[in-house]
Structure formats: C-alpha cells, structure tokens
Design a binder for this molecule. Sequence first.
Ligand SMILES: [Zn+2]
Length: 265
Amino acid sequence: MRPRVAARGSLDDRLIDLDIRKFAHVSNVRCSLPLKRRKILKFGRCRRTVRHLGRGGGIGRRSGLKIRRWQHLGGSSPPPGTTLICDPMLPPMKYCSNCGSLVGRTVPADDNRERWVCNHCDTTHYQNPLIVVGCVVEQEGRILLCKRAIEPRYGFWTVPAGFMELGESLADGAARETLEEACAKIEIGHMFASIDVIHAGQVHMFFTGKLKGGFGAGDESLETQLFSEADIPWDDLAFRSGRFALQKYFEDRGCNNGVHIHELR
Ligand SMILES: [Zn+2]
C-alpha cells in the first residue's frame, strides 16, 4: 500500500514528508521524541525509513537523520546506525565532468553524506564551501570602498572581495581582488576576520591593507571612494560579512587583535 504523501517543496523533490498516522505500518520504532512526522528518503534504488533526531544529530537544520530501520531494495548502503546527512544545499548537478554521463544523488558506501555520483564511471563529485577573500584598505584613516557594478547587490558598496583562485594564497587573493575591483595596489596586512556564510556555502576572510598609490574603478565597480569612519554608508553596504569586517576593523583601531570569528545563516 502506498501512503499518501505531500511534496515538501522545491528543496528536494525526493525528500517528502509523511503523516505518521497514515504511515504507521512502515516503522515500528518507538519514538523517544515528540515526533509528528517521519521522513522517507529515496536514493535511487534504495528506500530507507529514517527518524528525525532534531538538531543534535549533525550539521545544519535538516541534518541529523539517523537510520533506525530501513528497507534496503538494492545498491550499496552504509551500516545500520550510520548518521546520514541529506543536504538540501547540495548544488544541482546533471552531468559528470569526468565522462559526460548523467550523475545521480546518493550516499556512497563509505560515506555518510549525499553526493553526486556518476552513473557510468562512479566518480564521486565532492562539493565544498568556497572561500571569499577581501581587504579593508586604509589610507590616512579613510577606507576604500567599491560601488558594485554587478549583481548581486548592484549599486551597493563593498570592500574589495571575491572568490579565491587556485594557485594563490589567501593574502594573494585579497590583494588581487583589490587590484581588480579598485585598481589599487596595497601593502597587505594581517587577516582579522573570518565569517562562515552558512547559507551560501562560503567562508569570507578579510585582511587589513594600506593603499600604495592611486585607485580607480575596476570592471566590477561603478566607482570607488575613500570614506572616513563617520561617512561609511552603513545602510548601503552590499553584504553582512563586509559590514562585520568594517565594524571589527574600526574596533581594533589599528591593533592586531587576532581573527574575529562570525557566523551568518
Ligand atoms: Zn563519469
């Protein structure tokens, strides 16, 4: 008998909620928590009954799914008791970059987290957070900001920052982004802020820097400008991570107080 199910939304059409009263025959596991719902996850040929253990079982709001009982209909599977991470943030992927075949979303046998795995060559495509590097550049007490010429946040102000490239250090990346966005050469200082941007799957890391010479507007900037602390356009800043970095920069007053850690969700 197939229970009536309700689609949960666009996050993952394979993650569906089931009303426990209509699905009591599937699982005879006693619930120690006041559960109202159980979730069924389908991984290709596997169907597993899992129990939601709440926030304590993993990382992120929807993690912490622990198998108590499953109906294994085929394919590889981790051993009973394994905590499975079913990540709704897993970015979409359709084709394998190794062979061009279709990929499928599954939990590899030696893993506990959903990955994209090639149906043909079995390559597992790991996807991890990206690093953004930026710099708070100062000249005689004023801070260099860029007005964004691209989305997201077109027209809002930001400290020079962007994605780190392969083959460069964090400091190299911060200096490069400053050169690209503000046409400014700098003397790089110390790293002073690290922000986990959980919802975006990114880590933003900021350095101090001193301006060496002139500056201008790079391709991604409408204009660049030096601002005193009193004139920082706080209401028109593009990103919360940049706001945090600027706040901590001014609090430090030029001292190296280590790295300020912050978390955004
Ligand atoms: Zn492949």
